[in-house]
Design a protein around this ligand. Structure first.
Ligand SMILES: N[C@@H](CCC(=O)N[C@@H](CS)C(=O)NCC(=O)O)C(=O)O
Length: 346
């Protein structure tokens, strides 16, 4: 492709950010496209351990990846039928809006601008996060308020970059930003000591720290400087697909509330008399109809992926290298003082 053509394409991509019209580009529903293709195109970013990462055999796993697995289980009957796209933060929204992926699940924060100006919709929240700072323990820094004049590693095209500016402005402090679109470069630059602090969502900091040669040499400062509600994103205008994605996540959360796991779902399905569980599992009513899915859609999510708590524990919980405690956090179930709450299955 010639340079001019590339330039034109680039300009188109940028322009597309503000003016994308999903109805023009896509006449077929995403559900039909995915079913015909037989694979779900799931967009993650550069690997972020615990959220989306590749194991030695090339398979993807993680809390965010499990959302894609849930959608694939519901729609295609098989949680493994996924093709992963891995692009940088800077182009993630354009790639989704252009139809290159069916859903974006990659530690992405719901914000007003993203929801209303990029041709996208956020489909619920599956991890409540907030931005923080990581420093080397031997720096002696104990609070973000001590970062005046610091050099800070930050990834471009993120809410992180914007919150960083807000925080220092509000606190009348200055900083030098080391910016990069590449999360690996941000991580490595901080680890080799070229930045005094690394800033990101606290979960991402925990995830990065787990990749360091000496994780115990680093600490995450106590301040949380923003709200980062992370959730899956779909194209604006395809409401049924949006419903599928949102309710796939809801099934995982509600299954935990109802005490149903991947191991127990068969027994529950055979024996339960609970009306709401019966509706969720397709034993009564027709809750599947509006989604365009068969009656076993929710059963398959629980059977093949598990409930939210199972996914949390195996991917980011205290028994993993990521080690993000859940008890007492916003990510606990609402019945345990957290924010994980779904509308009723009726
Ligand atoms: N939640 C923020 C920040 C997202 C973020 O920076 N995520 C990290 C997680 S380590 C990242 O960039 N990962 C690599 C990637 O997605 O390419 C946003 O939506 O802008």
């Amino acid at each position: 492709m010639g340079a001019m053509k590339l330039l034109a394409l680039g300009a188109g991509l940028v322009a597309g950010l503000g003016a994308f019209d999903a109805s023009v580009a896509q006449t077929k529903s995403t559900l039909d496209i995915v079913k015909e293709r037989g694979r779900l195109r799931c967009q993650h970013g550069q690997p972020s351990p615990g959220f989306y990462e590749q194991t030695a055999d090339g398979k993807w796993r993680g809390l965010d990846h499990d959302v894609c697995r849930a959608i694939a289980a519901a729609v295609l009957g098989d949680a493994d039928k996924i093709d992963v796209q891995s692009v940088t933060n800077a182009v993630r929204f354009t790639a989704l809006a252009n139809g290159e992926s069916d859903v974006l699940v990659r530690t992405t924060t719901a914000t007003l601008l993203r929801d209303s100006q990029l041709g996208l919709d956020f489909q619920g929240i599956h991890f409540y996060d907030g931005q923080g700072f990581m420093v080397r323990k031997d720096s002696g820094i104990k609070s973000a308020k001590e970062l005046n004049g610091a050099t800070i590693c930050v990834i471009t095209g993120t809410t992180t970059e914007l919150n960083l500016a807000d925080y220092f402005r509000t606190n009348n402090m200055t900083y030098k930003a080391f910016t990069t679109a590449d999360s690996n470069v941000a991580r490595e630059t901080y680890e080799k000591g070229a930045c005094d602090a690394n800033t990101n969502d606290k979960s991402s900091l925990a995830s990065s720290r787990a990749t360091f040669a000496k994780p115990a040499d680093h600490m995450i400062l106590p301040e949380t400087i923003s709200k980062e509600p992370l959730g899956p994103v779909t194209r604006h205008g395809d409401n049924q697909w949006g419903d599928i994605v949102r309710w796939a996540v809801n099934v995982m959360i509600a299954a935990e509330e109802f005490g149903i796991t991947s191991a127990s779902v068969d027994k529950v399905k055979a024996e339960t008399k609970d009306p709401e569980i019966r509706r969720m599992l397709g034993l009564e009513g027709e809750l599947n109809k509006g989604l365009g899915l068969d009656k076993d859609w929710a059963y398959r999510i629980i059977k093949q992926v598990g409930n939210y708590g199972e996914s949390y524990e195996r991917n980011v919980g205290p028994n993993t290298p990521i080690n993000i405690p859940r008890d007492g956090s916003l990510n606990a179930l609402w019945t345990k003082g957290g924010l994980m709450y779904t509308p009723p299955f009726r």
